[in-house]
Design a protein around this ligand. Structure first.
Ligand code: SF4
Ligand code: SF3
Length: 542
């Protein structure tokens, strides 16, 4: 196996014998094959569009789901991958019959089989290292990881009935381009930047989907203690799953809690009407072994990030959507989009209440609408010098001790600075009680990683208010933590918006070759992190 798609990749170069995340070599090669056949399918759909033949939404959704299942920590079930590969091959074969011009198709588009042994053989030959030139490989993977992140956001928007043919067409064109040996480095670089543009479009689409369906996030205090009733814990990013679960648990005596990236659900008006939606339990994804054990009740993983579960709670762990883990019950969706969560509800009735981890509350809900409602206050604070600088510290949390940098950095920030955050990175500092500046909290949490879109909108609004010609003239620094591929699309989106001097940690992506990294440094002045002291000095003086 060879995988280097996430920040925790072995030795900062690549997982070659077993994934640090728990991905086995078998799973790795099946994911490689799924990506390969999905690229082939995308080449066919791209050609069909060129022939003005159109592509069904169901085909787009297959591609989206295929990509999402391969995101780090989303799905650990080999059988799911065999099924998705075979279904994709069948779909590909069917669409091929509709395509007039097939002479330019690659092997990925034409290859097929229905024998597992042949799939196994093929899967050994189509991994990341099949691209020999390290710069081409680097750019291809950068594009693919960005599109994987995009796929997750599209899937959530699709669940709420929102879709966009232009975004789907780009995703497939981009995947197809990674099969094209004739593309130059410059062409791949411009495709990378275009991926960032479409990333902004996809986050905007999801923002519209979420706010149209559930209202605009508003300033909210979220309880981090526990109640007396048994509970169900919901993790991941899918708000539609949470909504269905809240409806089905109403009046049952079961409480519902959020974990990790589901915390921002509390900020939406539509979820506040549920009295049994009592709070957030625990921290970011990587703490789940301890926290799922002490939760005592069923846990629903709606997306990444799953840590291979301990036996002590494995029978209480359920998956749905793109998520999966062998041996855990997977909740499926019927043709009307309905999911039956009764297995979790019945199990919860037999469980004890969660063990208390902490008491108190955390404050969040500072997505664009809420922050723009406070715009006058914020602008006054900047003009008077009460706020000297904003620090965008969005992205991911992770298990490496080196990530304590972000806690120390938040603690060391001068008291006249404000952190703008989104994604599970926030758990490194959202319980530090960093206080406020003239009533403006010093940690403004916009929501999930996709709500980084809100942070970009806020920055653009400030640029407008202060009549600046360049977004980089704002008193905003970017110190971003990344882990998986959603952070890649967020990064590419920020680059598309023209933001420079982004610092990325705790380590730079292993999939950036020295030459590709140089391009990012030359054009965007991207950097890594060093020590809290040195970085603080560098950020405050820039
Ligand atoms: Fe390694 Fe990350 Fe790939 Fe898992 S997803 S195998 S940890 S690089
Ligand atoms: Fe976190 Fe996985 Fe990235 Fe959505 S839940 S930000 S790591």
């Amino acid at each position: 196996m060879f995988c280097y798609q996430c920040q925790e990749t072995a030795h900062c170069t690549g997982c070659t014998s077993y994934g640090v995340c728990g991905k086995s070599p078998e799973l790795a090669r099946l994911q490689d094959l799924l990506i390969y056949v999905t690229k082939g399918l995308s080449q066919i759909t791209t050609a069909l569009r060129q022939e003005k033949k159109g592509v069904e939404p169901s085909v787009n959704h297959t591609i989206t789901l295929n990509l999402f299942t391969t995101i780090t920590n989303a799905n650990f079930d080999n059988e799911v991958f065999y099924t998705r590969i075979l279904d994709t091959l069948a779909l590909k074969n069917n669409l091929l019959t509709k395509l007039t011009h097939q002479e330019d198709l690659s092997e990925a588009a034409l290859w097929t089989s229905s024998e597992r042994s042949e799939l196994d053989q093929k899967s050994l030959t189509v991994g990341v290292l099949a691209t020999e030139n390290e710069d081409v490989r680097s750019l291809r993977e950068l594009i693919i990881y960005g599109i994987k992140g995009l796929s997750a956001y599209m899937k959530h928007a699709n669940e709420l009935g929102f879709d966009d043919e232009t975004i789907n067409a780009f995703m497939q064109k981009g995947l197809s381009a990674t099969l094209d040996d004739s593309l130059s480095i410059d062409e791949l670089i411009s495709l990378t930047l275009e991926t960032g543009k479409v990333g902004v479009d996809a986050m905007a689409l999801l923002d519209t989907a979420n706010t149209t369906t559930y209202g605009h996030p508003e300033m909210t205090k979220v309880n981090i203690g526990v109640g007396q009733n048994p509970g169900i814990l919901v993790s991941g990013h899918d708000l539609k799953d949470l909504e269905q679960l809240l409806k089905q648990t109403k009046g049952t005596g079961i409480d519902v809690y959020t974990h990790s990236e589901m915390l921002p659900a509390h900020y939406y008006p539509a979820f506040k009407k549920y009295d049994h939606f009592v709070g957030n339990y625990g921290n970011a994804w990587h703490k789940q072994k301890e926290e799922f054990e002490s939760f005592n009740g069923p846990i629903l993983m709606t997306t990444n990030c799953i840590v291979p579960p301990k036996a002590s709670y494995k029978d209480r762990l359920f998956t749905t959507g793109a998520a999966g883990f062998v041996g855990c019950t997977h909740i499926t969706q019927d043709a009307n989009g309905h999911k039956d969560f009764s297995p979790l509800i019945e199990l919860a009735k037999t469980c004890t209440a969660p063990t208390e981890l902490e008491q108190g509350s955390i404050l969040g809900g500072f997505a664009h609408n809420q922050v723009l409602a406070l715009a006058d206050q914020v602008v006054d604070a900047v003009k008077s010098g009460a706020i000297k600088k904003f620090f965008v510290m969005a992205g991911c949390d992770g298990r490496q001790a080196s990530r304590n940098y972000y806690t120390d950095f938040a603690k060391a920030l001068p008291k006249d600075t404000v952190i703008l955050t989104a994604g599970c990175a926030k758990y490194k500092y959202n319980k530090l009680n960093l206080g406020d500046i003239n009533g403006i909290p010093r940690v403004l949490d916009a929501g999930q990683c996709n709500d980084s879109y809100s942070l970009a909108l806020i920055a653009l609004k400030l640029k407008e208010v202060f009549a600046l010609s360049d977004i980089n003239e704002l008193p905003i620094a970017f110190n971003i933590a990344w882990y998986e591929q959603k952070a890649v699309i967020v990064l590419l989106s920020l680059l598309h918006l023209g933001i420079k001097n982004i610092h990325l940690g705790p380590t730079l992506p292993a999939f950036l070759s020295p030459n590709v990294l140089n391009v990012l440094i030359t054009h965007f002045n991207i950097g890594g992190i060093t020590s809290v002291e040195d970085d603080l000095e560098m950020f405050m003086n820039n």
